[in-house]
Design a protein around this ligand. Structure first.
Ligand code: AMP
Length: 401
């Protein structure tokens, strides 16, 4: 960050969309903590910080009378905790635009923090409205985007607002810089072999990323429910496994593309199969291309774990998105755990660079206590996936252009 923040008002788009319990207490403050380095840096340089963020979906979850549920969706819930984390008094503006915001921003002194109310209280936010964005921009001298998790959305506060700052007065915060730098380590100059591990529920969600990654990687590991669409596409029987019948051609095409490019595709040769989608279901191991009637694949089997782990350990760059099985149910978490351990081992013992992106795989490594052994765990699920798909994120483009 090459700015002189001294005496400047800095508008920072953060992602404070943290989960709350019923009493509106923060249950996971990771997103707030991730924004602290940028905030502290500006304050240390005697700048003033104006923070803006979205918080939940207030326009979709209105009260019965149609009004916005301010009590539930106000960013006020974050003020006290932010104050504790920064050791500073945090001022709050009841609205992100208009007199409340303008007056508070005008009175703001160097070293002070002002948090603006939820940007999504205005429908203009998600529409990317220019006039609304201009009002946000009018509050500050410099704009920083540090909300990587929202950078794939062309909303007013994540993208459009930047149009109203000249190039020398807009940039990325530390979190955003870190996310982009780490993604580039996979996408732009990976050490090889490069292995992508994709899991999760649906091929349809992952087809774009599969299509792109097959052009980049040496090994493509496919686990999770997604794998059964590939087995069916190859003529296998998949029992009750989750299969997308309308994606069989896509699966076949992808395998052909991989073969033409010399990419090694690893599918789980065996599976843990269950007779119901329940933690208490009976379960056993079966070949993934020959699953019995009435049974469904819920995790990768022991042979697959070993084969996947072997490929992972030999890799120098690893990207992982999506669990290998129904990891939320303990009897079916073993495959995801084995892969998490292999990625951690490759990172710690073989000097591999590993990046995990996407909500559920991040949750899985955190749950397994392995997050600290991974090179980089991304904070932005959707945004990281879109980067990996080869898209230019609007919130990034507007600053780089
Ligand atoms: P995604 O959001 O696409 O990454 O999918 C994550 C979800 O996929 C998790 O909730 C897993 O429980 C689910 N999942 C992974 N493997 C399977 C499977 N074999 N059968 C059904 N669901 C699965």
């Amino acid at each position: 960050m090459q700015f002189d923040f001294s005496g400047k008002k800095v508008l920072v788009r953060v992602d404070f969309n943290v989960p709350l319990d019923k009493q509106y207490h923060i249950t996971d403050d990771t997103r707030i903590r991730e924004a602290l380095p940028t905030i502290q840096h500006i304050l240390e340089q005697s700048g003033a910080v104006i923070l803006m963020s979205h918080f939940g979906r207030p326009l979709e979850k209105r009260k019965e009378d149609g009004s916005i549920n301010v009590e539930k969706f106000t960013l006020r819930h974050v003020v006290e905790h932010l104050s504790q984390l920064t050791g500073r008094n945090v001022l709050f503006a009841e609205d992100c635009i208009g007199p409340a915001a303008q007056n508070a921003a005008a009175a703001l002194q160097p070293g002070e923090i002002l948090l603006l109310e939820n940007t999504r209280f205005h429908e203009e936010e998600e529409k990317g409205d220019e006039a609304f964005a201009q009002q946000l921009a009018s509050l500050a001298d410099i704009y920083l985007n540090d909300a990587f998790g929202s950078a794939h959305r062309a909303h007013a506060s994540t993208t459009i607002v930047a149009k109203y700052f000249p190039p020398e007065r807009k940039g990325f915060g530390f979190l955003m810089e870190k996310e982009l730098k780490n993604a580039a380590q996979v996408l732009d100059h990976p050490k090889r072999p490069l292995t992508a591990i994709l899991g999760g529920a649906k091929v349809s969600d992952k087809i774009k990323i599969l299509d792109r990654l097959v052009e980049l990687v040496d090994n493509l590991i496919i686990g999770g429910a997604m794998a059964y669409t590939f087995f069916k596409a190859q003529g296998g029987t998949t029992g009750n496994s989750l299969v997308e019948d309308d994606k069989l051609d896509l699966a076949r095409n992808l395998l052909e593309k991989a073969q033409a490019r010399g990419v090694r595709v690893l599918l789980p040769t065996d599976s843990i199969v269950a007779d119901a989608f329940a933690e208490t279901a009976n379960h056993r191991v079966e070949p993934s291309h020959q699953i019995s009637d009435g049974w469904m694949g819920v995790d990768i089997g022991p042979e697959a774990r070993q084969a996947f782990a072997q490929a992972i350990i030999q890799s120098k760059t690893i990207f992982w998105n999506g669990p290998m099985g129904v990891f939320e149910m303990e009897p079916f978490a073993g495959g995801t755990r084995a892969i998490a351990e292999a990625v951690a081992q490759a990172t710690q013992h073989n000097g591999a660079f590993s990046l995990i992106g996407g909500g559920d795989s991040v949750a899985a490594v955190s749950q397994m206590g392995l997050a600290s052994q991974i090179s980089f765990v991304s904070t932005g699920g959707g945004a990281m996936l879109e980067l990996m798909e080869g898209k230019v994120l609007p919130g990034v483009k507007v600053i780089q252009d």
